[in-house]
Design a protein around this ligand. Structure first.
Ligand code: NAP
Length: 399
């Protein structure tokens, strides 16, 4: 399919009412732009706006934003706190470095001399000063940020629970452990606030967007409010770890939608769709490069960024009338055929089957080696080997 330049009507509309420049490399919702245009940036000492209610399609929702929590205010708010971040995977890395750059008192707790310990040392965390084993960090912390893998949260809970004492705050980035407590055994102590900040993206993006002076979208939620301040703390923590906009949800809604989305359109579903399309093209005699370009390269380099920037109609409008006609006709066929599978997936999430699978698999001592083998199997697929060759031709990859 050949995409083409913007049709004349759209080009004219753009001239008449210029849209804000949007990075197609890292698209973010129109919300951020609309909000910024609607509300002037506040001075550091101006009164706090707090809540912003916005219409998303036909629903009114509440959004909190970074501009209400400038760095000086965060430092004042957390001046008596030790933020103990345990686990240094993708989220631990991104959130931890952002907290450190915000000038907050943050310490990291990981298994001594494990892969994360080494990575933390490389990132400048100093053993005995702000890098400790997990138990020591939890003892020292007032806000316990549980960023261990979800399986490890369950495994370590019997040891950690007694150290999460009255007055501390328990923080998660996924509702997984408390929501599925029947499977994880993570029964939170009754006398602490329990909050969630779940960045909607990889920890690497949490870090890169923060460094660019932007912020990732995150969900926030309160599971237990003992002090009456849990929501405020969730918002402050959300901004502190590098979020731009915070969307309110519940622990349960967060974990259901997240487990569902990553198995669906975000990762599993899209990989499955790429494979199915590629395999049919190859079986019908197309070359690997043609099959890859028509399945992945054009999608990621040309069309998906257009969807990210301005929506599906914007992408359709940028393509030929032939392409548009066929895509409109076939999209409903795909939706109708895939919807039963998505319902099956949601049922599996809600029944706890996906949780049990993650706990069983990721608590094996050799889970990292097993994943590495699966990643190697993916790298070895013809589609991704063809992709490597296609990418090597990009100007930025030429020596
Ligand atoms: N990654 C994302 O994109 C993302 C996005 C939003 C929310 N989240 C949530 O954020 C949390 C952290 O996820 P993540 O992806 O950053 O990390 P992860 O890769 O799932 O977990 C890695 C961390 O867990 C530690 N760990 C594993 N088994 C352990 C054990 N038995 N005892 C002690 N430590 C153990 C690892 O330490 P070692 O190196 O010592 O093994 C490492 O520091 C999860 O709740 C996840 O659902 C993740």
């Amino acid at each position: 399919m050949a995409s083409r330049g913007l049709p004349r009507a759209l080009r004219m509309a753009r001239v008449a009412a210029p849209r804000p420049v949007v990075s197609t490399a890292l698209p973010r919702p129109a919300l951020a732009k609309a909000a910024r245009a609607a509300v002037p940036r506040m001075a550091v000492n101006a009164p706090v706006r707090g809540v912003k209610t916005m219409a998303f399609a036909d629903s009114k929702e509440t959004v909190y934003e970074r501009d209400d929590w400038p760095r000086a205010k965060l430092q004042e708010y957390f001046k008596n706190d030790t933020l103990a971040l345990i686990g240094y995977g993708s989220q631990g890395h991104g959130q931890g470095l952002n907290l450190r750059d915000q000038g907050l008192n943050v310490i990291v707790g990981v298994r001594k001399d494990g892969a994360s310990w080494k990575e933390a040392v490389q990132d400048g965390w100093i053993p005995g000063k702000n890098l400790f084993d997990v138990n020591t960090a939890v003892e020292k912390g007032t806000v316990i940020m549980n960023l261990l893998s979800d399986a490890a949260q369950s495994e370590t809970w019997p040891t950690l629970r007694p150290m999460i004492t009255k007055g501390k705050t328990l923080y998660f980035s996924h509702g997984f452990s408390p929501v599925f407590k029947n499977l994880t055994n993570v029964d939170v102590p009754k006398d602490v606030d329990v909050i969630l900040v779940a960045p909607k993206g990889s920890g690497r993006t949490v870090r890169s967007l923060f460094r660019e002076g932007r912020g990732i979208n995150s969900s926030i939620a309160v599971y237990q409010d003992v002090t009456g301040k849990a929501k405020e703390r969730a918002i402050a923590m959300g901004v502190a770890v590098g979020s731009g906009y915070l969307y309110e949800t519940t622990f349960e809604k967060e974990v259901y939608s997240d487990l569902y989305g990553e198995r669906g359109c975000l990762m599993g579903g899209i990989h499955g769709m790429f494979l199915a399309q590629y395999e049919v093209l190859r079986e019908r005699g197309h070359t690997p490069s043609e099959a890859f370009n028509e399945t992945v390269e054009e999608a990621t380099q040309s069309l998906y960024p257009l969807i990210g920037a301005n929506g599906m109609d914007w992408m359709y409008a940028a393509c030929s009338t032939t392409a548009r006609r066929g895509a409109i006709d076939w999209s409903s066929r795909f939706r109708d055929n895939l919807k039963p599978l998505f319902n099956e997936l949601y049922d599996s999430v809600a029944a706890g089957k996906e949780t049990q699978r993650a706990l069983d698999y990721n608590s094996q001592p050799d889970y990292r080696q097993k994943y590495e083998k699966e990643m190697q199997d993916i790298r070895d697929l013809e589609i991704w080997r063809a992709g490597k060759a296609v990418r090597s031709l990009r100007p930025e990859n030429q020596k």
